[in-house]
Design a protein around this ligand. Structure first.
Ligand SMILES: O=C(O)Cc1cc(O)ccc1O
Ligand SMILES: [Fe+2]
Length: 459
């Protein structure tokens, strides 16, 4: 592993573009995809991320020109040891339904050497990778780089949110450095390997089945704002040519892991072109829009990426952030309102503190408020907001980055997440202290009305 220059890697910029990249000049065929003999004696291989016949505006595929084709490997066999904590079908056999508010403290990074594959565990999800509809939410804790192996997820696309420790990710399209505060999307089927230059690492992963992430429409916001297409960065071609006896491909297929041996690195792509590619995004580049006079806007205004369902405006999974920003709304309860949502909300915290939780929601922790489960600011946050009063000054929320995976599909929760020692079983207590501030004294004196009577007040 070359360690010196990951901070200076070159990337291509843009979202959904058709890109071309050559690690050696002349490696891309001119004028066609499948020449009889490719330049430099390379093999041509297409990776399709949508059906061949998907409408042009949705169609995603890339052509990889490689030293040996991916097919050159021994048969896939179930991996030993298997990984029991990955789920891609959410039903009664694999996971539980619960409407209760759930929260987890940050998980400890393991003491024994653990790589990204072994450190990955599913928390919750819905649907099925086999039926290509649904999602899984995973978290990872890891201490060591993947060695002599690459991971390939046949089930869906990964959106990885590192919370602690940089990730140096080698993909078939090239290499990316992803730091906490950045995210990376690794589309279904791409082989990748994760190195951990900082050692102990922790983070969150949203996996979506059967669709890909898009930028949200901006509607009346106009043509600019939120995440800008040019801030999405795709790696440039990079390859290693050495033979590599005993290299292992670890394929996640239906939530189970399979291995196949080959005698070369899968990172042997000398050139590629197409629009089906891995990419990263720095969340600090997000340009937030929000209330400038009164009331609290819905969090959808902070959507970075959305994975659609077939219903217009209804997301399989939205990736929403709560970045540093000014709160200026007048005569307004500025933190999130108390609410129940037909969508389900999984939240994580990358750093800092979240505006609705004064205590108990820590960087690396998580919460889940499922469909119609009531939630909102904890007692301390509520009281502090009220204490600021009617004429609260503009206030800058700083030094924080929280996020939400929000879905229309209702998640079931994995048993190890429910039984985890990191589960905060006292979570509900954070709202128990919310006192009634109800008073009808004014009305009583005006109207002479006592308690217990039904009163219709006409203004
Ligand atoms: O529940 C949460 O904290 C997320 C959230 C934030 C917000 O500002 C409004 C609604 C919402 O669900
Ligand atoms: Fe919410």
């Amino acid at each position: 592993m070359a360690t010196e220059n990951w901070s200076e890697l070159k990337y291509e910029s843009g979202f959904g573009n058709h890109l071309s990249s050559e690690a050696l000049p002349g490696a891309l065929p001119k004028d066609q995809n499948s020449p009889l003999i490719c330049p430099l004696g390379l093999y041509a291989e297409q990776v399709s991320g949508t059906s061949f016949t998907a409408p042009r505006k949705l169609n995603q595929r890339s052509w990889l020109y490689r030293i040996k084709p991916s097919v050159t490997h021994e048969p896939f066999i179930p991996r030993v040891p298997s990984q029991k904590h990955l789920v891609s079908e959410f039903n009664q056999a694999t996971s539980s339904a619960t409407p209760t508010q759930l929260r987890w403290k940050p998980a400890d990074v393991p003491v024994s050497p653990t790589d990204f594959i072994d450190g990955l565990y599913t928390v919750c999800g819905a649907g099925s990778s086999f039926l290509r509809h649904g999602y899984a939410i995973h978290m990872y804790t890891a201490t060591k780089s993947m060695e002599g192996c690459a991971f390939c997820n046949a089930d869906g696309d990964f959106l990885i949110v590192p919370q602690q420790g940089r990730l140096w990710i080698t993909t078939e399209c090239g290499r990316l450095q992803v730091s906490p505060g950045e995210i990376v999307v690794l589309p279904q089927g791409f082989r990748f390997s994760v190195n951990l230059p900082d050692g102990p690492s922790r983070g969150y992963v949203a996996e979506i089945f059967g669709t890909h992430f898009q930028l949200p429409d901006l509607g009346p916001i106009g043509a600019n704002g939120l995440a800008s297409a040019r801030d999405f960065l795709t790696p440039t071609a990079w390859f290693e040519r050495d033979s590599y006896p005993g290299y292992t491909i670890v394929q996640k297929f239906g939530g189970e892991l399979f291995t196949a041996r080959q005698d070369f690195s899968p990172f042997n792509v000398v050139a590629w072109h197409g629009n089906y590619v891995p990419y990263k995004y720095d969340l600090h580049k997000f340009c937030p829009f929000n209330t400038v006079l009164f009331d609290h806007g819905d969090p959808s205004i902070n959507t970075v990426l959305t994975a659609p369902t077939d219903k217009p405006g209804v997301a399989l999974l939205d990736f929403v952030i709560f970045p540093p920003r000014w709160l200026v709304a007048e005569h307004t309860f500025r933190p999130p309102y108390y609410h129940r949502n037909c969508m389900s909300e999984f939240m994580g915290l990358i750093y800092g503190a979240y505006e609705a939780k004064a205590d108990g929601f820590h960087p690396g922790g998580a919460s889940l408020h499922s469909c119609m489960t009531p939630h909102g600011p904890d007692t301390k946050s509520y009281e502090a907001t009220i204490a600021r009063g009617e004429n609260a000054e503009p206030q800058r929320i700083d030094g924080t980055m929280a996020f939400m995976f929000e879905s229309y599909l209702i998640p079931r929760v994995c048993p190890w997440a429910l039984e985890s020692p990191h589960r905060d079983t006292d979570y509900y207590q954070c709202w128990i202290g919310l006192r009634s501030h109800f008073s009808c004294k004014e009305r009583e004196s005006e109207d002479g009305v006592g308690s217990g009577e039904v009163v219709t007040v006409s203004e």
